[in-house]
Write a protein that binds this ligand. Structure first.
Ligand SMILES: [Zn+2]
Length: 158
C-alpha cells in the first residue's frame, strides 16, 4: 500500500491528466443541474458549504435549518459500485486513489451523522436525464418533512 502511494507523482503524467479531465466534466454537470432544479422547485440551500469548518467537510447542497447535508458523488471519483472502472494506465495508483476517496466519504458521513446531521449521498447516475426529476421530488419531500431546527444550526443562516 505505502509503496503504491509513493508512486503518486505519476499523477502528473499525460495519461493520468487526461483521465482526470474527462471525469471532472462528467461529475460537475449533473450536480449543477440538480441544484438548479431544486432551486426552481422552491427550495433554498447553501452550496459548497461546511457545517463543521474545522473538519474541512464541504457539503455540496446544505439545508442548515433542516439539518440536511446532500453530497453529489461522481461515479468515477467516488468509486460507484456500478460504474467505476479502473483506468488502464496506472491502474494500481488509481485503485488506491479512489479507495482513499471512498473511505474519506464514509468518514465524513459518519462524522456529520455523529453531529446530528442527516446525510444524503446521491450518485451522479441517479441524476441523469431520466431519473433527475424523481430525485428532486424525493429530496424535496425529505426537506419538507424535516422541521426547521432552532438553535445553533439556524445561527448565521440569514
Ligand atoms: Zn454510477
Amino acid at each position: 500500500m505505502a509503496c503504491i502511494r509513493k508512486r503518486a507523482p505519476k499523477a502528473t503524467s499525460a495519461a493520468v491528466r487526461r483521465v482526470m479531465r474527462e471525469n471532472v466534466g462528467r461529475e460537475t454537470h449533473p450536480e449543477r443541474k440538480l441544484r438548479s432544479l431544486l432551486f426552481r422547485s422552491g427550495l433554498r440551500f447553501r452550496k459548497d458549504y461546511s457545517p463543521v469548518p474545522k473538519e474541512r467537510v464541504t457539503v455540496d447542497i446544505l439545508f442548515p435549518r433542516q439539518g440536511i447535508c446532500i453530497f453529489v458523488d461522481g461515479c468515477f471519483w467516488h468509486g460507484c459500485p456500478l460504474h467505476f472502472e479502473v483506468p488502464k494506465t496506472h491502474s494500481s495508483w488509481w485503485q488506491e486513489k479512489i479507495e482513499d476517496n471512498r473511505q474519506r466519504d464514509a468518514r465524513q458521513t459518519r462524522l456529520l451523522r455523529a453531529l446530528g446531521w442527516s446525510v444524503i449521498r446521491v450518485w451522479e447516475h441517479e441524476i441523469k436525464e431520466d431519473s433527475i426529476s424523481s430525485k428532486v421530488r424525493e429530496i424535496k419531500e425529505v426537506v419538507q418533512q424535516m422541521a426547521p431546527r432552532d438553535g445553533r444550526k439556524r445561527r448565521g443562516h440569514r
